[in-house]
Design a protein around this ligand. Sequence first.
Ligand SMILES: [Fe+2]
Ligand SMILES: [Fe+2]
Length: 186
Amino acid sequence: MGARAERGRPERSVSLIAALAREHEALRGLVRRIDAALVSADDEARARVRADLLVLLEALRAHEEIETEAFSGAVGAGDGTPSEAAAELEREHAEVAVLREEVRAILEEGVDAAWPELSARSLALCRRLLEHFESEETRLWPREAHSVGRTRERSLSRSVERRVRALSREIERGRIEAADYLTRRR
Ligand SMILES: [Fe+2]
Ligand SMILES: [Fe+2]
């Protein structure tokens, strides 16, 4: 860890970290719902998983972009190379992006895509994401938070907050649709 990172997390970065953490909470809710439904043999439940996955993939792409943008200025010991934590964040995002694109490719095959393959790749994505969120919250963000300038942080926080609201609405819409379906089946 570089000397800058050891100074701790200054006040000014708290709101961006808090906004990103709220977004993680919304994403975790969606990931858990997908994870729980992956074992279903029901066509309608599988259709819901596909719809939820599309919401998740879009949200993730935007989420990775904003984290990369927020922490891209982080450098190591002053020699211009990325800090250890920034490099790790980049590696984790590259790994998540590979899994995300595998799931997207299967989804794009349409409803005829093999369910076992979609289910296995989605499960791998969900598990990796939960680990990734945890490592960001506990290790990576606290070490990189100092790199975000005040003005940039304010605009990034606002943009994350807007996305959290939109994402929460989409997640809720999916939950209502699933509940409606279950009611109709009774
Ligand atoms: Fe991330
Ligand atoms: Fe994240």
